[in-house]
Write a protein that binds this ligand. Structure first.
Ligand SMILES: NC(=O)C1=CN([C@@H]2O[C@H](COP(=O)(O)OP(=O)(O)OC[C@H]3O[C@@H](n4cnc5c(N)ncnc54)[C@H](OP(=O)(O)O)[C@@H]3O)[C@@H](O)[C@H]2O)C=CC1
Ligand SMILES: Cc1cn([C@H]2C[C@H](O)[C@@H](COP(=O)(O)OP(=O)(O)O[C@H]3O[C@@H](C)C(=O)[C@@H](O)[C@H]3O)O2)c(=O)[nH]c1=O
Length: 311
């Protein structure tokens, strides 16, 4: 793992949510590139298995602490990935979801405004209704769950700010990281089939699943280029979760007969999911040089990381 060499007037890049899946990939890639001074924050202690960057324990719902930390660090760039990301939990605990996803974003924006920071906000396909897809950056948002409402509200705060901002929207992020606070579909399918469990997987939702490393790379391109505006940063394969599950089973040579194809109407999750999302990523390809892996290649990368993690 790379480490930050002494700061010879490097720009300061501050990341929220570094203990999360995206956060860990961002720090790893930024340390390898060594072009920014990297500072990351999370709740409690750092859960990254490596150092080489400055970690700040910061609950971003603490307004005073946010102002204090940012006025001291004075970041040039801020990638705001921290969020309450359990969609069902957001539906059931809307006050906590609003606090973590909206109020915290507002505190970070207020602190950044004074510092003229380039603010990069990570958002989601769940701001859309799911009536049509895949979608470009001009699509009209109409969330169908509370998590989506909070992320849309946060986007609106970012868009109304008076300084430099960008929004990186993504879809169904998968990957493996250290001490993860939530799983993701590929890991869930793999572990379920390995333990011989029957699973029901929806075949009427459409996504463009995104390898966490690709999302991190897209956010870093935005930071490096000082890009402004909305960018779809996701995978390029338009698939249903059922198709993802079958490809995962094929790749890891697992028993596909355990996978039952269902439609999402039989699903009783607390939060409704948009049926058809997925992103058109031509703008990011053209303007940023963003180049995501194919889903199959991404699973191969994940497989190697899983082997490494268990060795
Ligand atoms: N995962 C996905 O499929 C998708 C994610 N996104 C967006 O991408 C971003 C990153 O997601 P991802 O990495 O998958 O999510 P994770 O849940 O893995 O990471 C989110 C991180 O934010 C931290 N966090 C939450 N609340 C606070 C707080 N009050 N103060 C400080 N840190 C906090 C969490 O801390 P802790 O670990 O301690 O709980 C966690 O480490 C999010 O903004 C999400 O909305 C968008 C589309 C798809
Ligand atoms: C648990 C489960 C999920 N699925 C499908 C539904 C869904 O499309 C996909 C993932 O379901 P989950 O409920 O695990 O994940 P979900 O909460 O839908 O993931 C969301 O996370 C937030 C943070 C986002 O921003 C969204 O882009 C999206 O990735 O897998 C099944 O088919 N069967 C199952 O038993």
């Amino acid at each position: 793992m790379g480490t930050n060499t002494p700061k010879v007037n490097k720009k300061k890049l501050f990341i929220t949510g570094v203990n999360g899946l995206l956060g860990q990939k961002l720090v790893a890639q930024l340390l390898e590139k060594d072009e920014f001074e990297v500072i990351g924050c999370g709740k409690g202690e750092s859960r990254l298995p490596f150092g080489g960057f400055k970690y700040v324990s910061l609950d971003i719902t603490d307004e005073a602490k946010v102002q204090e930390v940012l006025s001291e660090i004075k970041p040039d760039i801020l990638i705001h990935g921290a969020a309450m990301t359990n969609v069902d939990e957001c539906e059931l605990n809307q006050e906590a979801a609003y606090d973590a996803n909206v109020n915290a974003t507002s505190y970070l924006l207020q602190a950044s405004e004074k510092l003229n920071t380039h603010f990069i906000f990570v958002s989601t396909d769940f701001i859309f209704s799911g009536e049509e897809g895949p979608l470009d950056e001009e699509a009209i948002a109409k969330p169908v769950n509370y998590y989506g409402e909070t992320k849309l509200k946060a986007e609106q705060l970012v868009m109304n700010s008076t300084f430099k901002w960008a929004i990186a929207r993504t879809v169904l992020v998968f990957g493996i990281a250290h001490d993860m606070s939530r799983s993701n579909i590929i890991l869930w399918v793999k572990s379920s089939l390995e333990s011989g469990k029957n699973i029901q997987v929806v075949d009427d939702q459409y996504r463009t699943p995104t390898l966490a490393e690709d999302l991190a790379a897209g956010c870093i391109l935005i930071a490096e280029q000082g890009a402004e505006g909305v960018y779809n940063i996701s995978g390029s394969d338009f698939m249903t979760p059922y198709e993802m599950a079958i490809m995962t089973a094929d790749y890891f040579d697992l028993d596909k007969s355990l996978i039952a194809k269902v439609d999402s109407k039989i699903f009783t999750q607390p939060a409704k999911r948009p049926l058809k999302t997925g992103f058109i990523i031509e703008k990011a390809r053209k303007e940023l040089g963003y180049q995501p892996k194919t889903f199959r290649t991404a699973i191969g990368i994940l497989a190697k990381q899983i082997i490494l993690a268990s060795s």
